[in-house]
Ligand binder design. Structure first.
Ligand code: ZN
Length: 113
């Protein structure tokens, strides 16, 4: 298996959807900043949409079982806490009440809200 995956760097403006995007320097953390020439909206490539490797997700699953706090997992796995919270939420929706040790205890998931 050796298929090529073309790298598409086509960006669209999150505000107006225009594809007339120009580079606009870098923001404080070194990420490329872009600017829409149509509406002047400035933005960086959406870090929330970053693909998380399956290996990282496997690690996160293990750390969740260790009851490690989400903030700690986010640091160790170098993912954003908001992405992780979202991941956990989706995970718990996908596996409803499979592991229900104590129904009286609030899950750590709830306590994070
Ligand atoms: Zn725009």
């Amino acid at each position: 298996m050796n298929y090529r995956r073309p790298v598409i760097l086509k960006l669209t403006c999150p505000s107006c959807g225009s594809e007339d995007i120009v580079k606009n320097g870098r923001i404080h953390n070194g990420k490329q900043n872009f600017k829409c020439t149509a509406c002047s909206r400035q933005f960086v490539e959406d870090p929330q949409n970053k693909r998380i490797a399956q290996a990282t997700k496997d690690l996160i699953d293990k750390l969740l079982l260790e009851k490690m706090p989400l903030a700690g997992i986010a640091r160790v796995c170098e993912v954003s806490e908001s992405w992780l919270q979202d991941y956990v939420n989706r995970k718990y929706e996908a596996v409803p009440q499979q592991v229900n040790v104590s129904s009286k205890k609030r899950t750590f998931d709830d306590s994070m809200r």
